[in-house]
Write a protein that binds this ligand. Structure first.
Ligand code: PLZ
Length: 464
């Protein structure tokens, strides 16, 4: 980049006159260079991929995405909860680069390397559950889910899988079937694999905090009913996200996950906790399920594990993980050595707890700003308003609705306005009516505040 651009990043308004990193719009978004590249993209890339903000990124500095037109965009997406340590973390770059120059690949099934073993050891030591564990590494989240089901089926010799309302587990054939929402994920892609059953959940935001007992009891009874219908003894696995991500940042009411734990144990079903989005520090603890006091028999990691290099993991009870016949698990790229080095850097960065504290202060900043704007009587709302502010740590959501129900149009308009103003913001939820915030855990407080202020203005505009 030119010296002129570098000078422009210094926000002249900084009170102490100290140079700081800041959002900067040099053009409208997308700018002219991004628009040129977008028309190239339309000529060469399938239209099957969607895009939130059609802006092309040149580099990342801290929590700012710098695009090809020199705009500096505040990152509230982290590449969908992946770059929790930042998308250009020097320690990740250093370890990955050193590995790149040693070797890029051997295939762990052909000859081995110690970083693979070190990643497995760290995960065995840090995933919830006070029992002996083993880990298998893969590349994508969906692959981790698929392999957890393979392992559970092999260990139990049972066919069926229980998943939940609002669940998201991936885009492969089996994980599409496990994902609740049809459009866009499985529309026209059937027939889907069978043996997948769906049970109800107990979303904490649907009951007053003081009175979630009835909600949890009825959801757990619903789960038992689904199991009973097909025969509880036919279920290999029960797969649940500790906080549901794509489905709307749904936090389970206290006792729901513990209830599932009890049901799974009673019926000999493998409880698989999909921490792919919520894990690796995102919610203020290493794993979100720690906060529910629940350990899965198998815990899944991906996304932030490799800081953007493709890496996923299945960590579980040694006797389950070893029940598979030799040679039954694997993959050419499973546990790639460059991705393993990135994960080892992520573990180093998580060690002193400051990123976990960062996640918790993000929650506080989001709650402080948006909870005062909550509609008091959501059911009585004549026009749209904020009906829920929820989440944990750096996984926070703002939901929109009115008396008639969800208002996806408002979430979409507010997110679009924030994006146009240089604050990259995603939506989620079955009805698309939830704005979700997933900033890097170490986002600078002044960048976070500026981003939240822009988002607040975008929301006010969309509600007006
Ligand atoms: N399990 C809980 O959140 C991926 C999906 C984005 P992959 N979520 C982002 C999209 O539209 O494709 C995810 C998840 C949970 C599994 C997955 C799947 O992880 O690495 O995308 O395969």
């Amino acid at each position: 980049m030119t010296a002129a651009t570098d000078t422009a990043v210094l926000a002249p308004t900084d009170p102490a006159g100290v140079p700081r990193r800041a959002r900067l719009l040099r053009t409208e978004l997308p700018g002219p260079r991004s628009r040129e590249l977008e028309s190239e993209r339309r000529r060469h890339v399938t239209d099957g991929f969607g895009v939130t903000l059609p802006v092309f990124i040149d580099r990342v500095e801290g929590s700012l995405l710098v695009d090809v037109d020199g705009n500096r965009i505040i990152d509230f997406a982290s590449g969908i909860a992946v770059t929790s340590v930042g998308a250009a973390n020097p320690r990740v770059a250093e370890r990955a680069a050193a590995q790149l120059s040693r070797f890029t690949h051997t295939c762990f099934m052909v000859t081995e390397y110690s970083s693979f073993v070190e990643v497995c050891r760290w995960l065995n030591e840090h995933t919830p559950g006070d029992f002996e564990k083993r880990t298998a590494l893969f590349s994508t989240g969906a692959e981790a889910v698929e392999n957890a089901v393979k392992i559970a089926r092999s260990a139990t010799r049972r066919p069926n899988v229980l998943v939940f309302d609002e669940a998201y587990h991936g885009r492969t054939q089996l994980t599409m079937a496990m994902t609740a929402k049809e459009n866009p994920y499985s529309l026209n892609f059937g027939p889907l694999p069978g043996s997948v059953f769906r049970g109800p959940t107990a979303p904490a935001h649907l009951a007053p905090a003081s009175d979630t007992g009835a909600l949890v009891a009825s959801a757990l009874a619903g789960v038992e009913a689904v199991l009973a219908e097909a025969g509880a003894e036919t279920f290999a696995a029960m797969v649940i996200e500790p906080i549901q991500g794509e489905g709307g940042f749904v936090v389970h009411a206290p006792g729901f996950l513990a209830g599932l734990r009890e049901i799974a144990t009673r019926h000999g079903i493998v409880l698989v906790i999909d921490e792919i989005q919520a894990g690796m520090g995102r919610t203020g603890t290493l794993f979100a399920s720690e906060q529910d006091g629940v350990a899965g028999d198998i815990t899944l990691s991906a996304k932030a594990l490799g800081a953007g290099l493709p890496l996923s993991a299945v960590t579980g009870r040694a006797e389950l993980m070893n029940a598979v016949h030799a040679g039954g698990l694997g993959g050419t790229y499973a546990g790639n050595p460059v991705a393993c080095e990135a994960a080892l850097a992520v573990f180093e960065l998580l060690e002193d707890g400051s990123l976990l504290a960062g996640a918790r202060s993000i929650e506080k900043a989001v709650r402080d700003r948006f909870e005062p704007l909550l509609a008091h009587d959501a059911a009585g709302l004549a026009s749209a308003g904020i009906v829920s502010v929820r989440g944990r740590g750096a996984m926070m959501a703002i939901e929109f609705g009115d008396a008639s129900g969800p208002r996806g149009d408002v979430a979409k308009a507010a997110a679009a306005a924030a994006n146009a103003a240089g604050v990259l913001t995603l939506t989620c939820g079955t009805h698309g009516n939830v704005i979700r915030l997933l900033p890097p855990l170490g986002i600078e407080p002044e960048v976070l505040d500026e981003g939240l202020a822009v988002l607040e203005a975008a929301i006010s505009g969309a509600l007006a």
